[in-house]
Design a protein around this ligand. Structure first.
Ligand code: ATP
Length: 292
C-alpha cells in the first residue's frame, strides 16, 4: 500500500473551496462522523457510536490506549474502510466530492512506506503519476517545492535506504504534499523516531499546516506530542472503541519550543494524561466484566 491515497477527480458540482479564515467566517466542517459503528468480520466492535466533527483549519489528535479504534476511525475518515452503521460526510457532502477542487485528502501512514527500489524523486512523484499528471514543468516544480518544504532539497536522487528514518518520513510527507491536499490524515507518523527528530518534525508539520491552511487529523500515542501540536485532543476508550473526551488546547500558534517547557504545557499534559487514564480504566472495566 502506498503512503498517499490519491482520490480521483469527480464530476460533481463544485461549490468552491472553503476559504474561510479563522476570525472572519465560522469555519465549515471538513469531516463529520455521525453515530458510526464499525464491526469487523471477526465480530470485533472497533467503534461504537463515534461522533466527531472536524472543522476547517483544525489540528485534531486522536489519542487512546492500544486497540481503541484510532486507526479504524482514521481509515474511515479517509474512505479506506466501510462503516457498519452511521455515516461520514466530507466537506458536508458525500464521498464523491473528495478529490475535487479544494477537497483533496492525503493519508500518511505509520511507516514511510517508500518504494525501496525507487529514488526519492520517483517516490514523491508517485501520486502525480497515478493521477496521470504527465511530465510537465508544473509537475517537476510541484516535486521540487514539496522536497524543499520538507527539507529534502538535494536528496532527489537518493534511494530510501540512504536516508535516515526522519528523512524517510519527510519524503513520505512530501509525497502527500504534491497532491496539494486540504485534509491530511496522519496515522502515528513519527512514532518510530527518536525524540529530537520527532520534535523537529512536529515543528515542521505545524509550520506547513499553517502555511498551507491544512486541516489535520493526527493519531498518536504521545500525550506530549498531542498537546504540542493540537488545537483539540480527542481521547478514545477501548472495548468498544469510542470517543470519551474532547479537550481544547487553547494555546495560540505558532507554538515555539518554549511552549514545551511552559506551565501551560504541563497543565494541559496533566489534563490529557488524566483523561487518558480514565479512558484506559474504562476499557479495563469491560475486561473485568467479562471475567468468569
Ligand atoms: N482488519 C481487522 N479485522 C479484525 N479486527 C481488526 C482489524 N483491524 C483492527 N481490528 C481490531 O479493531 C480494534 C481497533 O483496532 P485499531 O487498529 O483501530 O486500534 P488502534 O487504537 O489504532 O490501536 P493501536 O494504538 O494499537 O494502533 C482492535 O481490537 C483490533 O484488533
Amino acid at each position: 500500500m502506498t503512503a498517499t491515497k490519491v482520490m480521483p477527480l469527480n464530476p460533481v458540482p463544485d461549490t468552491g473551496p472553503d476559504t474561510s479564515e479563522p476570525g472572519t467566517v465560522a469555519p465549515r466542517p471538513v469531516l463529520q462522523v455521525s453515530s458510526v459503528d464499525k464491526i469487523y468480520g471477526n465480530g470485533t466492535v472497533a467503534l461504537k457510536g463515534a461522533d466527531l466533527t472536524v472543522k476547517q483549519g483544525e489540528f485534531v489528535s486522536l489519542l487512546g490506549p492500544s486497540g481503541c479504534g484510532k486507526s479504524t476511525l482514521l481509515r474511515i475518515m479517509a474512505g479506506l474502510g466501510q462503516v457498519t452503521t452511521g455515516n461520514v460526510r466530507w466537506w458536508e457532502q458525500d464521498y464523491g466530492v473528495v478529490g475535487s477542487r479544494g477537497r483533496k485528502l492525503a493519508f500518511v501512514f505509520q511507516n514511510a512506506t517508500l518504494m525501496p527500489w525507487a529514488r526519492v524523486r520517483k517516490n514523491v512523484r508517485l501520486p502525480l503519476d497515478l493521477e496521470h499528471a504527465g511530465k510537465s514543468e508544473d509537475v517537476e516544480q510541484k516535486i521540487d517545492d514539496a522536497l524543499g518544504m520538507v527539507g529534502l532539497k538535494g536528496f532527489d536522487n537518493s534511494f530510501p535506504r540512504e536516508l535516515s528514518g526522519g528523512m524517510q518520513m519527510r519524503a513520505s510527507i512530501a509525497r502527500a504534499m504534491v497532491t496539494e491536499p486540504n485534509l491530511l490524515l496522519m496515522d502515528e507518523p513519527f512514532g518510530a523516531l527518536d525524540e529530537m527528530t520527532r520534535n523537529k518534525l512536529n515543528d515542521d508539520v505545524l509550520k506547513l499546516w499553517k502555511e498551507k491552511g491544512w486541516t489535520i487529523v493526527f493519531v498518536t500515542h504521545s500525550v506530549y506530542e498531542a498537546v504540542y501540536l493540537s488545537s483539540r485532543v480527542v481521547v478514545m476508550a477501548a472495548r468498544p472503541g469510542r470517543i470519551v473526551d474532547d479537550i481544547a488546547i487553547e494555546e495560540s500558534y505558532p507554538r515555539s519550543p518554549n511552549f514545551r517547557v511552559s506551565t501551560e504545557f504541563a497543565g494541559y499534559c496533566r489534563q490529557v494524561s488524566q483523561a487518558l487514564e480514565r479512558a484506559s480504566a474504562m476499557g479495563e472495566d469491560r475486561d473485568e466484566e467479562r471475567q468468569p
